[in-house]
Design a protein around this ligand. Structure first.
Ligand code: TRP
Length: 447
């Protein structure tokens, strides 16, 4: 069976960075930073990204490129036993669940983009608050936007690796970066913007509690798309010349830069109008429309609102594409059906999960273990399946897989990055699994 691959080096970086850069950077990172006290949280996050994120990303790349197949087969080939395919299946399932709830939030972004264009978001704080509550608990509208988003994702993925994923990433990522820079510049020029900037860069270590570590690690993994076989699937489209260490360093840098820029876009504007950015997940849907109106002149506020929600939707799309591709390639290769049929199966399941998540936000009472279905899916994936996936990937690559294969993949058969191999191996064998296990057990209440 002919497999696709990414055509250019920049295509590799932009597509994979496109997976990493998403709502995690522009929605989750700012609200976490706002909740967890600013700069101190950012330092914890950066340490997690550097010490655990980069090594973990390389490990998944190794599994994917060596396997040159969908996640299940790639894991089985790395482990030398079919039973390791289970890890690929769990990864694909995790991404499918993430795709479901992520599309709901992405659908809200589309709705807010539409509402901004129509000028429906202008009003006082109480109005914006009521708008969100009314919209998110409406049974039909958010559901339709979720569907629109999943269908958009489907339309890109179905076109294949080069013509769909790579081509879209090459267009969307630079556009996203320009939008982001424009809003950052405008936001940082506001009166009192300095307060927001120092919130981001001046750490207050009294704010660092245990939960900041948990949040930092979870955020690092989510933001880098780690632990769900996503990076492994993309790496199966890399060529033998792709330098895994260098690529992961570049992707991680882009992802981190976008997160920091998202902070520089949101906090100066919030502080400039005296709004505290600790409102949690609702930050970008309730606090921000308000901030935009107060901080800018009506025309500028209107334009910035549109640019902001367009930015969010684009960032979300490059990420949902990657989540979708994991299942699509798995169905397509494992069930020996066409790529488009594989994509249809993935889309149908995602639609069911997305609908349940969307309805659970107020329209219908769908709760699991006392959480709304959407929050339950988020918890199950981010806090349980994602760390488990990463943990077992470290065990597989660090302890089970033949050392020669791992070294050859890391160094491109002895041609690059030889000096870093030992350090990386040490991290993947000892540091990463121990850190992940400690955080996981602590979260489960065992430690
Ligand atoms: N990293 C993306 C973000 O920050 C989300 C994402 C894409 C993801 N693919 C993933 C998260 C796979 C976990 C697993 O928005």
């Amino acid at each position: 069976m002919e497999r696709g691959n990414f055509g250019t080096k920049i295509g590799v970086i932009l597509a994979t960075a496109g997976s990493a850069v998403g709502l995690g950077n522009i929605w989750r990172f700012p609200y976490m930073t706002g909740q967890d006290g600013g700069a101190a949280f950012i330092i914890v996050y950066l340490v997690c990204v550097l010490l655990l994120g980069i090594p973990g990303m390389i490990a998944e790349f190794i599994v994917g490129r060596h396997g040159a197949a969908n996640a299940a087969t790639a894991y089985a080939r790395m482990g030398g036993k079919r039973s390791w395919a289970a890890l690929g299946f769990v990864g694909a399932l995790t991404s499918l669940i993430i795709l479901g709830f992520y599309s709901v939030i992405a659908g809200w972004c589309l709705q807010y983009l539409f509402a901004s264009i129509m000028g429906n978001l202008s009003g006082d704080a109480a109005y914006v608050n009521a708008y969100f509550t009314k919209f998110s608990s409406n049974p039909v509208e958010p559901l339709l936007w979720t569907l629109v988003f999943i269908v958009l994702t489907h339309l890109v993925v179905v076109r294949g690796v080069r013509k769909g994923i790579e081509k879209m990433s090459n267009i969307l990522m630079p556009t996203l970066f320009i939008l982001l820079l424009v809003i950052v510049v405008v936001s940082c020029c506001l009166p009192d913007a300095g307060k927001g900037i120092s919130f981001l860069f001046k750490p207050d270590f009294s704010k660092v509690t245990k939960s900041v570590f948990l949040d930092g690690l979870g955020q690092a993994f989510f933001s880098l798309s780690l632990g769900t076989a996503c990076l492994c699937t993309y790496a199966s489209y890399f060529t033998r010349q792709t330098n895994l260490l260098k690529s992961s360093a570049q992707i991680v840098s882009i992802d981190t830069l976008v997160a920091i820029l998202a902070g520089l876009m949101i906090f100066p504007a919030a502080f400039s109008v005296g709004v505290n950015p600790d409102s949690g997940p609702q930050l970008i849907f309730i606090t921000l429309p308000n901030v935009f109106q107060q901080a800018f002149s009506p025309v500028l506020g209107y334009i910035i609102g549109i640019l902001f929600y367009a930015l969010l939707a684009l960032a979300a799309l490059t990420s949902t594409i990657s989540m979708h591709e994991i299942g699509t390639s798995l169905f397509f290769e494992e069930l020996h059906i066409s790529r488009s049929k594989g994509a249809v199966i993935e889309t149908l399941i995602a639609v069911v999960i997305g609908m349940l998540c969307s309805l659970s936000c107020g329209a219908v009472d769908i709760t699991v273990f006392g959480k709304s279905f959407l929050n339950f899916c988020d918890f199950l994936t981010s806090n349980i399946l994602l760390p488990l996936g990463s943990f077992f990937t470290c065990i597989l690559v660090g302890w089970i897989a033949p050392r020669k294969i791992v070294k050859d993949e890391f160094t491109n058969w002895g041609t690059v990055s030889q000096g870093f191999y030992g350090i990386w191996l040490f991290f993947i064998r000892f540091i990463s699994p121990v850190c992940i296990a400690v955080v996981f057990l602590h979260q489960m209440g065992v430690l």
